[in-house]
Design a protein around this ligand. Structure first.
Ligand SMILES: NC(=O)c1ccc[n+]([C@@H]2O[C@H](COP(=O)([O-])OP(=O)(O)OC[C@H]3O[C@@H](n4cnc5c(N)ncnc54)[C@H](O)[C@@H]3O)[C@@H](O)[C@H]2O)c1
Length: 425
C-alpha cells in the first residue's frame, strides 16, 4: 500500500490466480469466500480437524479437504491462511513458511515471546510474504483517518484510544467456545488486543514500546460470565507508550455497550469515529484559532474507502475482510511485504503477552521489544510465559487466581457444546 492508501488492481490482470488454502473453517470461511478473481485468488484446499464441519465446507466450496495440517501443506498451492486456534498460529505459520508458502495469519501472531522470535526468524529465512490479517484498520473511517493524518490535518499524534467491546449472552459465548480448554474459555482479554491497537498504529504509523495493564476482574454477579466455562476477567485497559512518545489506551472486554471506537488526538486537532448515531461516521475537530478560514470547527461525515469502495462494501467487518485478502494478494504479486507485516503483527500481539505480565505484576510497565532486531530478539528466545492451562508452568488466567466455574455453569456450557455437535469435554 502506498502513502495515499491507494493500490492498483492492474497488477492482477493477466496474472495467474494465487492458489490459497485455508485452515480453520469457522472464521476461515470469510477468507475462503473472499479468495476470488476480484483479488486474483483461488481457493484450492481447506483443513480442519472438526470433520463434520470440514466436510460441509468442502462441499460448499468444491475443494480438497484435509484433517491433517502436514498433508494439507503438501497440496499444490502458493499460500495459506491461518484461521485455526488463536494461540496456535505461530507454529503453524512457521511450518507453512518452511514449506515455501506465503502466510496470512489471523490474530494473534504469536502466543509467547519465544514463538514471536521463532516467527520473525522464519519469515526472514523463508523470504516468503507474511501478512498479519488485522481487518479493523481497514474500516473506511480508519483508512480515512490515516489519509488525514498523513496529510497533517491534526498535527503530531499525542494521545489515542482504541476499543473493542464485545458482550454476548452466556449461550452465545459457549457456542463459540466448545470444550473446557477452548482458548476462548481461558485466554485473558488482553491477549485479544490487536483489534483495539491495530487501527491506532495504522493511522499514526507508530509502534508500541511499553505496556501497563489495568484489569477489571472476573464478575461473579454477571451471569454472562459466571454461567460459562470462562475463567478470565471481564476486560482490561492497556496503557501503551508509542515510539513517538504518544500515549494510547486500548480497551477490550465483554463490558456492556458493544462497539469499536478509535480516537486520535493530534497537537492540532482530533479525529474519531462517532459514538452515537452511525458509528461509521467520522468526526474531525479543529480549534477555531487553528482551522483554515472557511473550514468548519467540527465535521461529521461518512467517508468512502480510498479505493475499491464497491467491492469492500460487500465484505464483512465493515469492509476490512476485503482489504486483508486484497493486500495479501498484492504483496505476493509484488514480492514486497505488506504494511501489516510480521513485525507489526508481533508488536501488537506482544502487547497482549507483555500486558498480561504487567497485569500479574500490579500494572508495572513492561517493554514491548522491537523484533526487527535480532539483538533484541535473543533475550526472548526461550521465554514461554503463558496462561494456557495445557502448558507446563502456566500462569493464572485471572488476576484473582485460578477461577473454578460452578457445577451449574459447567452443566449449562456442556449442554450448549452438545447442541453445536461437539463431542469432547
Ligand atoms: N479478525 C476478525 O474479525 C476475527 C473474527 C473471528 C475470529 N477471528 C480469529 O480467527 C481464528 C479462528 O477463530 P474462530 O472464530 O473460527 O473459532 P475457533 O478458534 O474455535 O476455530 C478454529 C478452527 O480451527 C480448527 N483447528 C484447530 N486446530 C486445528 C488443527 N491442528 N488442524 C486443523 N484444524 C484445526 C478448529 O477445529 C476450528 O474449526 C482465531 O484466531 C480468532 O481470533 C478473527
Amino acid at each position: 500500500m502506498n502513502k495515499s492508501g491507494k493500490t492498483t488492481a492492474a497488477s492482477k490482470k493477466n496474472a495467474k490466480p494465487i492458489r490459497v488454502g485455508v485452515i480453520g473453517v469457522g472464521r476461515g470461511q470469510s477468507f475462503a469466500l473472499g479468495a476470488t478473481d476480484l483479488v486474483g485468488m483461488k481457493l484450492v484446499a481447506l483443513c480442519d480437524t472438526w470433520k463434520d464441519k470440514l466436510d460441509e465446507a468442502g462441499k460448499k466450496y468444491g475443494v480438497s479437504t484435509y484433517t491433517d495440517y502436514d498433508k494439507f501443506l503438501e497440496h499444490d498451492m502458493d499460500a495459506v491462511v491461518l484461521a485455526n486456534y488463536f494461540h496456535q498460529h505461530a507454529p503453524f505459520a512457521i511450518k507453512a513458511l518452511d514449506a515455501g508458502l506465503h502466510v496470512m495469519s489471523e490474530c494473534a501472531a504469536c502466543h509467547t515471546m519465544a514463538e514471536g522470535v521463532a516467527l520473525a526468524r522464519a519469515v526472514e529465512r523463508s523470504k516468503r510474504i507474511y501478512m498479519f490479517a488485522e481487518n479493523y484498520p481497514y474500516a473506511a473511517y480508519n483508512q480515512e483517518m490515516r489519509r488525514l493524518y498523513l496529510e497533517g490535518r491534526v498535527g503530531k499524534f499525542v494521545y489515542g484510544e482504541g476499543e473493542y467491546i464485545h458482550p454476548d449472552t452466556a449461550e452465545v459465548k459457549m457456542a463459540r467456545s466448545c470444550g473446557y480448554n477452548h482458548w476462548r474459555n481461558w485466554s485473558p482479554w488482553i491477549y485479544y488486543c490487536t483489534h483495539a491497537i491495530a487501527p491506532v498504529m495504522f493511522i499514526t504509523d507508530t509502534m508500541p514500546v511499553s505496556v501497563s495493564t489495568f484489569v477489571v476482574p472476573y464478575d461473579f454477579d454477571d451471569p454472562t460470565i459466571a454461567m460459562t466455562a470462562r475463567r478470565y476477567d471481564t476486560g482490561a485497559a492497556l496503557m501503551l507508550k508509542m515510539d513517538n512518545g504518544a500515549i494510547v489506551k486500548a480497551l477490550q472486554g465483554c463490558f456492556r455497550g458493544h462497539g469499536n471506537f478509535v480516537r486520535i488526538h493530534g497537537n492540532h486537532g482530533l479525529m474519531e469515529n462517532c459514538r452515537t448515531g452511525n458509528r461509521s461516521h467520522l468526526r474531525v475537530w479543529r480549534e477555531p484559532w487553528e482551522k483554515n478560514p472557511g473550514e468548519p470547527i467540527e465535521q461529521i461525515y461518512s467517508p468512502d474507502f480510498p479505493a475499491h469502495h464497491d467491492l469492500a462494501m460487500k465484505a464483512g467487518h465493515g469492509g476490512g475482510d476485503f482489504f486483508t485478502n486484497f493486500h495479501f494478494a498484492e504483496a505476493i504479486r509484488s514480492g514486497r511485504q505488506p504494511y501489516l507485516d510480521v513485525y507489526r503483527g508481533l508488536a501488537m500481539s506482544m502487547c497482549g503477552i507483555q500486558g498480561w505480565r504487567s497485569a500479574l505484576a500490579g500494572s508495572a510497565p513492561m517493554e514491548v521489544p522491537d523484533f526487527r532486531k535480532e539483538s533484541v530478539r535473543k533475550k526472548y528466545e526461550n521465554d514461554g510465559f503463558s496462561p494456557d492451562p495445557t502448558r507446563q508452568g502456566h500462569v493464572p488466567c485471572s488476576v484473582l487466581g485460578e477461577i473454578k466455574p460452578s457445577k451449574k455453569a459447567l452443566a449449562f456450557s456442556r449442554a450448549v457444546w452438545r447442541k453445536q455437535g461437539y463431542k469432547g469435554e
